[in-house]
Design a protein around this ligand. Sequence first.
Ligand code: CDP
Length: 227
Amino acid sequence: MRVGKLSVAVDGPAGSGKSTIAKILAKKYHLTYVDTGAMYRAVALKMLRNDISADDTERIQQMLDKTKVKVLFDQIYLDDEEVSALIRTPQVTNFVSIISQNPEIRKYMTNTQKEIGKTENVIMDGRDIGSVILPHADLKVYLTASPEVRAKRRFEEMQEKEGENLSLTLEDILETIQKRDFQDKTRKEAPLTVADEAVIIDSSGLTIQEVVENISVLLDKILDAKG
Ligand code: CDP
């Protein structure tokens, strides 16, 4: 289906299915998919590589001045290097929710992401999309699920990727998810919150297809209204 100008914001906690659902919807409605979490992860990776701590404002600013993060569907580039797999390690996962609290990093991301939103038909997923990045989005979805369900999904995802090599247990992943939920919801800058007008979808008991269908009904209505 071809669409006119359309922007969709998908926010929610880790493991709620945001990126899986957003990718399917992007293909269905011909939207540019922007995984904003991956952008934060790329910066976290660069900081780990260069041993930059989360409170070293001066080095962070110097680094940001020389940093280029690009997302092309599910491929992420950091200064022209493809880092799509490298940004998914437990080390980066543990560090990213700490560095995403930094105001300089948020400002850099906000500017970059708002710019993409201005020029393209987008579906963006993250934590502050409906509240900060696309406050006038045509549709805002807050996708959630119970922490246990989210941990189980992440565990199965990692088992599939790493098989026997997976050293993390389901309990480890649940603990990480709860810690990140807390950090993301309680931080000062752009915390994870249900944006005004957002439609809340609890995916705990729903399949991916069911979530996609629910959101498609909403999007079709919006597109009909736009004519
Ligand atoms: O995929 P997952 O849900 O594990 O996380 P992600 O979307 O890759 O985001 C990683 C982290 O980046 C989050 O836990 C947030 O701390 C931060 N983030 C953010 O602060 N704002 C966004 N718009 C997206 C991510």
